[in-house]
Write a protein that binds this ligand. Structure first.
Ligand code: FES
Length: 84
């Protein structure tokens, strides 16, 4: 039997396979890894999600080769997330 909405989703974060509960954002999935940073600033500081509502842009990263906001993107099966 194939579930339409599986309770867990498997995705790649920096090439590491991770399984997270379905229905969470990429920002939350990053927190599951124990390292929630999304990118490095030009002054080489780690940046983490701040506002959680698409305003601050601190959670920019690459998803399947395109820039996205981690806090505004829901996890999908097989998604490839790369910190920048
Ligand atoms: S956390 Fe502010 S835009 Fe995503």
């Amino acid at each position: 039997m194939i579930l339409k909405n599986p309770p867990f989703i498997t995705l790649f974060i920096d090439s590491k396979l991770i399984t997270v509960p379905a229905g969470i954002t990429v920002a939350t999935a990053l927190a599951y890894t124990g390292d929630e940073h999304c990118r490095m600033s030009v002054s080489q500081q780690l940046r983490v999600p701040f506002c959680g509502m698409g305003i601050c842009q601190e959670c920019r990263l690459m998803i399947n080769g395109r820039r996205h906001l981690a806090c505004q993107t829901m996890c999908e099966m097989g998604m490839k997330v790369e910190r920048i």
